[in-house]
Structure formats: structure tokens, C-alpha cells
Design a protein around this ligand. Structure first.
Ligand SMILES: [Zn+2]
Length: 276
């Protein structure tokens, strides 16, 4: 569902939320998804629900033996939701035993879309759940609420700056930084407020200003989903009702902010330059 500030809160795709593998596996290697336990009560076939309204934009039925390539997902479906921040948003559900929807079908959040299983490349039954934003797989836990448990203390949950969706997303006052106190790798041109000098790299510096509290909150949510730390994402006070965001990101992530600004009618508040 979309929150008041335009942010996305996805619905858990299963009734129970026990995470057996996070965005990174316990050995640190990339998983780019979460795995959810499905063997509660002795039955591994559990209903799978749509995480948000959407359209089925990919389906696959497992061939019964191949465990590589796309067939590693087993029986699988993907939903395309409304764009978020001007970029495509999709969710994928894999290793299913059964699909309850077909390609092109429209679904509502919470609709039954399939049943869990153990198809594809699996050791046992579980649900593999992906969130794909702007064509890249993101940590699903940043798009869900914090109502979950993990199978062990080793299971990865959040990286630095990441956390569950907060329904009342306001900027904590302590996170608002006065431009005059900024030191370190980011320097603001006080005359324009629109210039950054940063370490070398294929990076863009962005200034979004002036933003209202609601706009800033939506911008913060994007920064969180891109895992931008305080060295890359700075809030500056403009006046009592407005802030500026100074951002340093790669070209790919700059596109996310650009698309969000344009789709939110903030194109005239977006300034960027190549740095490094
Ligand atoms: Zn998985």
C-alpha cells in the first residue's frame, strides 16, 4: 500500500513471518532476497499473498528437474506494482508448488496468488521473496514492517541506515544538520547551497531544495532504500518549513532521485553535477 507520503509499505506474503535467510546469507554471500519459513504445523504448502496491488508480469512453471538459470526459481511469479519514486517496482515469489494467477492478471494486495513449495534449486520448502526496484533487487525488509522473527541470530536483517517502514515518517530533529556545522568530505557552497566537492569516483552530487517536510520525508525513504549513510545524504535547514537535501550517489542511484523528483513535480528543485 502507499502511505500518505507516497512511500511503499508492502504486505508480508505469508501469514507467518519467520526469516531463514536474509538479503545476505550467513556466510556473507549475496542472496538479494529473503527466505521465509513454510514448514510450521507440519505442512509446507502455505498460501502466498500479493504484497501490493499489481499485475502478474512474469510466470514460470518448474520443469521438474532443472535447478540452474531461471529454473532455479522453480515455479515462480512476479508482480509489477505502481512505480515508486518514478521507477519500476516488482515483487517475485519463488519455489512455489502452485500458481493461482496467470500472466497479465491484475491482483489486489492480499489476494491469494499461489502456494509455497520446494520447486527449483532448494534444499527444502520455503518462500523466496524478492523486491526489485529500478531493475535491481533490494533488501525486502526495508519495504516491510518490523513484525517478523528470524530463524537464528545469524540471519541478516538490516544494513547501516536501513530499517523497517515507519508509518509516521517524520524527520527526527536530531537528523537535521545545520549547514554551518558540516565538515569532512562534503562541502557546501554557502552562496548557492548547490555545490558539493567529494572524493574521486564516478559520482553525482545532487541538491534537492527547498523541500517541505512531506517531500523531505519521501526523499528520506528513498535514501534509506538506497542504504545511503550520513556521509552520502545530508539534510540542511533552509527555513522553518523547508529543508535541503545534499546527496552524493552513483549515476544509477542518481537516476532514482531524478525520476522521483520529476514524477513528484519537483523537477525544478533538482540540481545535479558530476563530481570526482
Ligand atoms: Zn532465497
Amino acid at each position: 500500500m502507499r502511505l500518505k507520503n507516497g512511500e511503499v509499505l508492502l504486505r508480508w506474503p505469508l501469514a507467518q513471518h519467520v526469516i531463514t535467510a536474509g538479503f545476505f546469507y550467513n556466510d556473507g554471500s549475496a542472496h538479494n532476497a529473503i527466505d521465509l519459513r513454510t514448514n510450521q504445523g507440519g505442512d509446507t504448502k502455505k498460501p502466498v499473498y500479493a504484497a501490493e496491488d499489481g499485475t502478474v508480469d512474469q510466470t514460470q512453471t518448474w520443469d521438474g528437474h532443472t535447478t540452474s538459470g531461471m529454473q532455479s526459481y522453480g515455479t515462480m511469479l512476479r508482480l509489477r506494482h505502481d512505480d515508486y519514486a518514478g521507477c519500476t517496482l516488482q515483487t517475485r515469489y519463488a519455489h512455489l508448488s502452485e500458481l493461482c494467477v496467470s500472466y497479465g492478471q491484475q491482483v489486489k494486495e492480499g489476494d491469494l496468488i499461489g502456494y509455497t513449495g520446494a520447486t527449483g534449486n532448494v534444499d527444502g520448502a520455503h518462500l523466496h521473496f524478492e523486491v526489485i526496484w529500478n531493475g535491481t533487487r533490494r533488501n525486502p525488509l526495508v519495504w516491510l514492517d518490523d513484525n517478523f522473527t528470524t530463524a537464528s541470530d545469524q540471519v541478516y536483517t538490516y544494513g547501516a541506515g536501513e530499517h523497517a517502514v515507519e508509518i509516521a515518517a517524520e524527520i527526527p530533529p536530531e537528523d537535521v544538520t545545520d549547514v554551518t556545522s558540516q565538515t569532512g568530505s562534503i562541502e557546501i557552497d554557502a552562496s548557492t547551497g548547490a555545490s558539493l566537492e567529494l572524493a574521486a569516483g564516478k559520482l553525482q552530487a545532487i541538491v534537492l531544495a527547498p523541500l517541505t517536510a512531506d517531500q523531505a520525508s519521501a526523499c528520506d525513504a528513498i535514501a534509506r532504500r538506497l542504504s545511503l549513510g550520513a556521509d552520502r545524504y545530508v539534510t540542511l535547514t533552509v527555513d522553518a518549513a523547508h529543508v535541503a537535501k545534499a546527496i552524493c550517489v552513483t549515476n544509477g542511484d542518481a537516476l532514482v532521485f531524478f525520476n522521483w523528483a520529476r514524477s513528484s513535480g519537483l523537477g525544478d528543485k533538482y540540481k545535479s553535477m558530476y563530481v570526482g
